[in-house]
Design a protein. Structure first.
Length: 461
């Protein structure tokens, strides 16, 4: 068969029900993954630089942001769940060659996600004052933590719309534009943060303002490429109603609600984890926060591959391509495990150097190095969990994986962390994390090969 290297053409093969060789399938997975991986890595590198800027203000500044960071992740998770509730439907309709139906879902998603963003941001802003104290923060870091979280809360609306537009573009198979714009957002974040942190001498507050401005610019550009420039989803010259439809909202809730609940409870678990770390002191909080930033260099490639898997599985289901979709799922997971295993080895090797970039404080560097080397052993199974979840999302199968993730987090990680922290400190918390990620990856692999997510495929054939 003639070698095909055009991802857009190969995506049309899915919609047309054409046979693809193993080499073409692998090429399509890689070609869709690379832009997302580059964007994820660049995002992490830029966040790495961002955190380093704050870290060089001292351990107190790092601890202030680290204290509320997990709550910020919770907000981001709720935004992500809302976006995927609609974008998965769009991927299915595109796979079925029903582009008009895809655009109908897009119109409704713009209204629903904006309203959702207002609710989430308003709630977060309302609790920004007492939040640091709820999380066990001391007076010396609570004020900065509160201001940082309040600004990030207001900017949550920009984050929601940027995420929705990017998710929609990816569901159509366009991974390049969202990836390029996410890279741009990271560059802008660093530039704005440098301006507000150092030039205007605004410290932690400047970090939040810089991030918010970067999200605003990127949201505007992302919406432009979706609504004006997209070949499949552009609404320009394609009039249609923005009225909400019960079936669309019902399906979005069916897909997104379990993910939203998962993010809510997983985010709550992260907050509980922060409560476990907080009594260990400022050095432990700073090492924990900066260590998580460093570790994200390892798992971001996994999320890039997971995004490609979500697109391919979603379109495969829409096209009724059962065997092809299974093949995409398994090959994506294998690729993710391979890439993140290599990243884990690199993280273990260069942990001291990476931590020294993040902080000049010797105690933070030493403790961060130890916990990173504990976590490195879990990266292969963490990859399995990440990419398998991307597969399940593409299939619209979100309830059972959400339950599995929640059980793993609450019953395994937090139980172990609470038991190990009093004796082993932060090392015990990260040991619990590594054990839990290995457990979660293992049960996700069982579901991938033997579970019920593929029932979605049977219904389409």
């Amino acid at each position: 068969m003639k070698k095909v290297r055009n991802s857009e053409l190969l995506l049309s093969y899915i919609r047309e029900g054409r046979t693809m060789s193993q080499r073409e399938k692998l090429w399509l997975i890689v070609s869709l993954s690379i832009p997302s991986i580059l964007a994820q890595i660049s995002a992490t590198v830029m966040f790495f630089i961002d955190a380093s800027m704050v870290g060089h203000l001292g351990a107190k500044a790092s601890a202030a942001i680290g204290l509320v960071e997990t709550t910020g992740w919770l907000m981001g998770g709720l935004a992500h769940a809302a976006s995927l509730g609609f974008s998965v439907q769009v991927a299915h309709f595109i796979g079925a060659n029903d582009f008009e139906a895809a655009r109908r879902v897009l119109r409704q998603s713009l209204i629903c996600c904006f309203i959702w963003a207002l609710i989430v941001s308003g709630t977060a802003l309302a609790i920004s004052g007492p939040l640091p104290y709820w999380l066990g923060g001391t007076e010396e870091i609570a004020h900065d933590a509160s201001i940082y979280f309040a600004i990030i809360s207001v900017c949550g609306i920009f984050f929601q719309m940027e995420g929705l537009a990017g998710s929609m573009l990816k569901s159509s198979g366009n991974m390049k534009i969202p990836s390029m714009l996410n890279i741009l957002m990271c560059v802008l974040d660093v530039c704005f943060n440098y301006l507000f942190i150092y030039i205007f001498d605004m410290g932690v507050k400047g970090a939040a303002i810089g991030t918010g401005l970067a999200e605003l610019v990127t949201a505007c550009l992302m919406l432009y490429f979706l609504l004006v420039r997209s070949k499949i989803l552009s609404l320009v010259g394609r009039p249609g109603s923005f009225r909400l439809k019960r079936d669309t909202i019902h399906t979005a809730v069916k897909i997104g609600a379990p993910m939203g609940l998962q993010h809510l409870l997983m985010g709550s678990a992260q907050i509980v984890s922060t409560l476990i770390v907080a009594p260990l002191g400022t050095i432990a909080i700073a090492a924990h926060s900066l260590g998580i930033t460093v570790e994200s260099l390892c798992y971001m490639p996994g999320y890039g591959i997971a995004e490609a898997a979500t697109t391919l599985v979603g379109q495969g289901i829409g096209a009724g391509q059962r065997m092809l979709t299974r093949s995409f799922a398994r090959m994506s997971v294998g690729l993710g495990i391979g890439v993140m295993t290599v990243m884990g080895v690199l993280m273990w090797t260069f942990a001291p150097e990476l931590m020294s970039i993040m902080s000049p404080v010797e105690e933070v560097i030493a403790l961060g190095t130890e916990v990173l080397r504990i976590e490195a052993w879990a990266e292969p199974m963490f990859a399995a969990a990440i990419v398998c979840n991307g597969v399940f999302i593409g299939a619209g199968d979100t309830i059972v994986p959400a339950v599995m993730s929640l059980f793993s987090m609450w019953a395994v990680r937090l139980t172990l962390a609470a038991s190990l922290a009093p004796k082993f400190g932060l090392r015990g918390v990260w040991t619990a994390m590594a054990i839990e990620l290995t457990f979660r990856g293992s049960i996700f692999l069982v579901r991938l090969f033997k579970g019920g997510w593929a029932e979605k495929l049977k219904l389409k054939n």
